[in-house]
Write a protein that binds this ligand. Structure first.
Ligand code: ZN
Length: 256
């Protein structure tokens, strides 16, 4: 390939260009890698969604739990993280302006890139799948900045990429003619039974499954939350009084 002012380059293609590009941008990152980005014109392909709607609960241990019970695990960065920390300790010991220090610096930058690439790849693939399969996508608005202030959680949260995931879902929803919704983080999605609407109140994060005292359903905490997120997003709210009364009659009929 020939680029003006640069000459012949032989890039590694991440994918085939779908049409003739109208421009190209060359960038270099701190690990000395060069990137070419092309601007191409595309006609969006409209695919009909398999499901009418989905609610997604984002978490730290499991990246996402969906209202249909599916789960998505994020890739593990533990090994790479350990390598980074080891190199950072090494860097701290090396004299400033030394050649070896510079080598360490580039190795750290490369590892950071590797982590970022792995995460980006996962978030792209997962958001594409979600948007392809569902007509309405509902997420919960998370107080990410507030949570990142908690130092224990901050590393895990920034690594998960919740915000990037949301941005990707939103952009892809627009591209594929889907509806993207975010519900308020004040909705008590983990305090209410998704089956009967009974409010059991705040439960500790360590509790992973809840047995509803009103309807007797044993629900996974995150799946229950995801189902509530979907319901709130779709505008179906539990009428508390009504459902409690109904579940009481149900119980009565079972005992009889
Ligand atoms: Zn219930």
């Amino acid at each position: 390939m020939h680029l003006a002012k640069i000459g012949i380059v032989n890039p590694i293609w991440s994918r085939k260009l779908p049409s003739e590009p109208s421009s190209v941008t060359v960038t270099k990152d701190c690990a000395n890698r060069y990137f070419l980005s092309f601007v191409v014109e595309l006609q969006p392909i409209q695919v009909e969604a398999k499901n009418p709607s989905i609610g997604i609960d984002l978490g730290i241990k499991t990246f996402a739990v969906m209202s249909n019970g599916d789960q998505a695990e994020s890739p593990s960065y533990k090994k790479l993280d350990r390598k980074v920390r080891k190199l950072q300790r090494k860097l701290a010991r090396q004299p400033k302006d030394s050649r070896r220090r510079n080598v360490t610096r580039i190795r750290i930058a490369k590892l950071h890139n590797q982590i970022a690439d792995t995460r980006k790849d996962f978030l792209h693939k997962f958001s594409t799948k979600i948007v392809n399969e569902n007509q309405v996508i509902v997420l919960e608005d998370l107080n990410v900045s507030g949570m990142v202030k908690n130092r224990k959680l901050s590393r895990a949260i920034s690594q998960q990429g919740w915000y990037e995931f949301r941005t990707l879902c939103e952009a892809k929803s627009e591209k594929f003619g889907r509806e993207f919704k975010v519900i308020s983080r004040w909705e008590p999605t983990s305090q209410v039974c998704a089956d009967c609407g009974f409010k059991w109140g705040k439960i500790d994060l360590s509790i992973r499954s809840v047995l509803c005292l009103s309807c007797g359903t044993l629900a996974d905490r995150d799946e229950n939350a995801a189902r509530n997120i979907e319901m709130v997003g779709m505008g179906h709210r539990h009428d508390l009084k009504c459902t409690v009364r109904q579940s009481k009659t149900m119980k009565g009929s079972i005992s009889r």
